[in-house]
Structures are given as structure tokens and as C-alpha cells.
Unconditional design. Structure first.
Length: 295
């Protein structure tokens, strides 16, 4: 099969990751409007079913071939993708969104910490942790968080970390097309669960436009873009860059919901952004040739 050999510019995975995070924030806002109608499991089912359909049509995953070494990571990647969505939606039923995001972020943040090897890497991780602590702020509110909701958020964080690790391995050869198979695996497990829990409320044509919007913004577009970043960035850098997501959520609240931040929270937001930029600027890149299918 003809291929084009080239070295991927560093800005490509960074920009795609930022677009993915913006898309996820929009999808999360839209998904919350459906909670009173079909509940968190129902939204999960809609998101995965419609998102998977879109991805399968675009990428035609039946044409992909995976080695024996990639099949287990692919299976785990799909299960992690579905579990991350399902558990996070369950958590925000009873836990404030900001707290849930903070608890979920412990997954990629821990991954970034454990993957760090140089002193400068720990500086960015520490800045991200401090920013998260004062932005949300966990110190005042965590004692009042629903325990089950908190456990769900932490479980989503563990799935997020597994999603990063297995996604890098499973998607090494096929890039964004891997997301179609991963999403199909997730749908086979979690769509029946969501349909069963949502009941008859899920079977209304009026939900379809919103469901398609959630599927595109929360699954099809961001996970495809994240796969581009996953296969081109070091694990620690990807994990630290994801600290931008709660910062973007805070900015979205200011712009679209009229929420305000205190001076301390603005400094915390700056700390998170500095950690992300610093992590990016200090990437130690190794020469690597990417094989890109041009068919």
C-alpha cells in the first residue's frame, strides 16, 4: 500500500488536542440538557450508539488489520472509552461538575507523574496540581461530595489513564481509524446497559437531533482528534496537557454561563495554563518517522 513518510510537526497534535477539548466541553453542555429526559445512562447510550455509527461510516474499520500484540490493547482501549463516559455521566448526577472533573483528572495527572523522568517534568505536574486545587477548590468542597459520585469520578479517571496508555499502543498503525473499533467495543458493552436503564424514555425521535449533536461533539470528533495526539505525543506530555480541560471548562462558564472567578481562581487558571505550555515547550522529541496512508 502506498505510504507517505514524513515527520509530524509538533504543533499538529497539540492543536488537535485543544480542538478536541473544546468539542468535549460543548458536548458536555449539550448532554446535560438531556439528563432530565433520559438520565445519565441514556445519554451514554445515545452518545456511544450514534457516535459509533458516525465513526464506522467514516473510517470503515472492517478494513483495518491489527497484530496479535495490538488486539488486547484495542479491547482494553474500547472498554476504557466506554467506562470513562459511563462513569463520568453517573458522577455528575450527584457531584458538582467542577469537582467531578478534578477527581477524574487524577487519572491522566497520575500517569503524567509516573511517566516523568526529568526534574522539569515534575515542575509542570506540580503547577497543574496546585492550579487544580485552588481553581475548583477541593479543600473546601470535597467533604460534602456524594461518596458514590466521587467513586464514579475516580473510576472515570482510572479509565481515562487506561484509555491513554492502550490508545497509544492500539492506534500506533491506524491512527484515528482505531477510534471506530474502540467505540464499537464500548457500544457493544455500554449501549445495552444504557438502553435498559433509560427504558422507554429513550425511544423518542425528538431526542435524535440532540443525540447526534452530543455524539459528534463528545465522541466522533474529539476522540478521533485525541488519537492523532495520543500517537504523536509522549504519555506524560499528553497527560499534563489535559490539565487544560478543567481550565477550559472554567472559561466556558465565564463566557456562556456568566460565572465569575475570584483572583485566587484566576491565578490557579494561569498556573494550569503555564503547566501545559511548559510541558509542551520542554518536550524531548526523538526522531521518528510516521507512516501515513494516502489512499
Amino acid at each position: 500500500m502506498p505510504t507517505l513518510l514524513r515527520k509530524t510537526p509538533l504543533w499538529v497534535p497539540i492543536i488537535t488536542l485543544l480542538i478536541a477539548m473544546i468539542s468535549i466541553q460543548g458536548g458536555a453542555s449539550l448532554a446535560k440538557t438531556l439528563f432530565p429526559l433520559v438520565g445519565a445512562p441514556g445519554v451514554t447510550a445515545l452518545r456511544l450508539a450514534l457516535g459509533t455509527l458516525i465513526l464506522v461510516i467514516i473510517f470503515k474499520p472492517w478494513r483495518l488489520r491489527f497484530t496479535k500484540e495490538q488486539r488486547v490493547p484495542l479491547l482494553l482501549y474500547g472498554l476504557a472509552l466506554g467506562g470513562m463516559n459511563y462513569l463520568f455521566y453517573l458522577s455528575i448526577r450527584t457531584v458538582p461538575l467542577g469537582i467531578a472533573v478534578a477527581l477524574e483528572f487524577t487519572g491522566p495527572l497520575a500517569l503524567a507523574l509516573f511517566s516523568s523522568r526529568r526534574a522539569i517534568d515534575f515542575v509542570w505536574v506540580i503547577l497543574a496540581v496546585l492550579g487544580m486545587w485552588f481553581l475548583l477548590p477541593l479543600g473546601q468542597d470535597v467533604a460534602h461530595v456524594d461518596p458514590l459520585g466521587a467513586v464514579c469520578a475516580l473510576g472515570a479517571g482510572a479509565c481515562w489513564a487506561l484509555y491513554i496508555v492502550t490508545g497509544q499502543r492500539a492506534g500506533a498503525d491506524h491512527g484515528p481509524a482505531t477510534v471506530a473499533l474502540g467505540s464499537l467495543i464500548a457500544a457493544l458493552v455500554f449501549v445495552p446497559v444504557g438502553v435498559w436503564q433509560a427504558g422507554d424514555a429513550l425511544w423518542h425521535w425528538s431526542l435524535l437531533p440532540l443525540g447526534i449533536g452530543v455524539a459528534i461533539l463528545s465522541t466522533a470528533l474529539p476522540y478521533s482528534l485525541e488519537m492523532v495526539a495520543l500517537t504523536r505525543l509522549p504519555t506524560r506530555t499528553f497527560g499534563t496537557l489535559m490539565s487544560m480541560e478543567p481550565a477550559m471548562a472554567a472559561l466556558s462558564g465565564m463566557i456562556f454561563l456568566g460565572e465569575t472567578l475570584t483572583g485566587t481562581q484566576l491565578m490557579a487558571l494561569s498556573s494550569i495554563i503555564i503547566a501545559s505550555i511548559g510541558s509542551t515547550l520542554t518536550i524531548k522529541r526523538e526522531p521518528k518517522i510516521q507512516s501515513v496512508d494516502i489512499n
